[in-house]
Design a protein around this ligand. Structure first.
Ligand SMILES: Nc1nc2c(ncn2[C@@H]2O[C@H](COP(=O)(O)OP(=O)(O)O)[C@@H](O)[C@H]2O)c(=O)[nH]1
Ligand SMILES: [Mg+2]
Length: 272
């Protein structure tokens, strides 16, 4: 973490605007606690990425919440490219002052420089590829590949750092860990998948009951998360010998379908 933090601090010195990607389903849990301080003197844009997987009503609440804190907050669906033009417009608007200043002095302003930051799996590489417009090889994550930093011009006045800044998630709160595991931000191996699923089901069973009924043909949502997981396993044929239900297989199905948005548009956190 110390090394990651040092690298981020270095990268931040090069740019004007930080674009912080959050997972729209878990804006609280996917927000890095230290970034506000590290990027104190930079313009910032919050992108609620994967907004296509989250509950539209809740997306709106989060957008209002961040706007009330005077943060620029944009809903994005990276694969469909939704919201990306607004990100570029916002970048330009944020830097308007320095552009005007340069003009008034008869100078041509240099391009605005921005970088993407976010926790693992939030969509950083996809976002960069999409906003750049063509697929570029992101080689930075592979050990042994060294390459100099590159700026990619995404419009005449905007340049983007080609490697995203990697942020570490919060570690202290247990509920945060469950949310990060549910969405796939941290590896399943850190957690017991049936436990993650049981907690996930307890979180969503009342706000999203109808989605669960529809997807898994449940007869009821009685009992705790493990009971519901067992029903899902039974209905999906996750049976081991003697009719016992394989909760691990049921968990894999549930996690895959939740992460892929197959159950429906589900948000795990509200601003309140
Ligand atoms: N549904 C959906 N999936 C996304 C979105 N953005 C990224 N993804 C997916 O999330 C996964 C992780 O993305 P990646 O760019 O590798 O994340 P990184 O680790 O932050 O670089 C990939 O499977 C992407 O296709 C989005 O807006 N919506
Ligand atoms: Mg990546």
């Amino acid at each position: 973490m110390a090394k990651t933090k040092r690298l981020l601090t270095e990268q931040l010195q090069l740019i004007d605007v930080v674009i912080e990607l959050l997972d729209a389903r878990i804006p609280y849990s996917s927000k890095n606690p230290d970034l506000a301080e590290l990027a104190m003197h930079k313009h910032r844009i919050i992108v609620l990425n994967k907004s296509d997987l989250a509950d539209p009503r809740v997306n709106q609440q989060w957008q209002n919440f961040f706007s009330e804190q005077n943060s620029n907050c944009i809903l994005v669906d990276t694969p469909k490219g939704k919201g990306l033009e607004l990100v570029k417009d916002t970048l330009r608007a944020l830097c308007q002052e320095s552009i005007m200043l340069a003009k008034s002095k008869g100078r041509i302003s240099r391009p605005i420089r921005a970088m993407i930051v976010g926790i693992p799996n939030v969509g950083k590489s996809s976002f960069i590829n999409k906003i750049v417009g063509k697929s570029i090889a992101i080689t930075g994550d592979k050990p042994g590949v060294t390459r100099s930093r590159q700026w990619i011009r995404i419009s005449p006045e905007i340049e983007l750092l080609d490697t995203p800044g990697i942020l570490w998630p919060k570690f202290e709160e247990e509920q945060v860990g469950i949310h990060l595991a549910s969405t796939g931000a941290i590896k399943d191996t850190v957690f017991d998948p049936p436990e993650v699923c049981a907690r996930l089901l307890e979180n969503i069973k009342s706000p999203y009951a109808s989605l669960l009924f529809n997807r898994y043909k449940l007869s009821n949502l009685d009992g705790n998360g493990y009971d519901i997981l067992a029903q899902i396993g039974k209905n999906r044929g996750c049976i081991v010998s003697k009719g016992e239900i394989d909760l691990f297989r049921a968990s894999n199905i549930l996690l895959d379908e939740f992460r892929g948005g197959k159950i429906g548009k589900i948000s795990l956190e509200l601003p309140s």
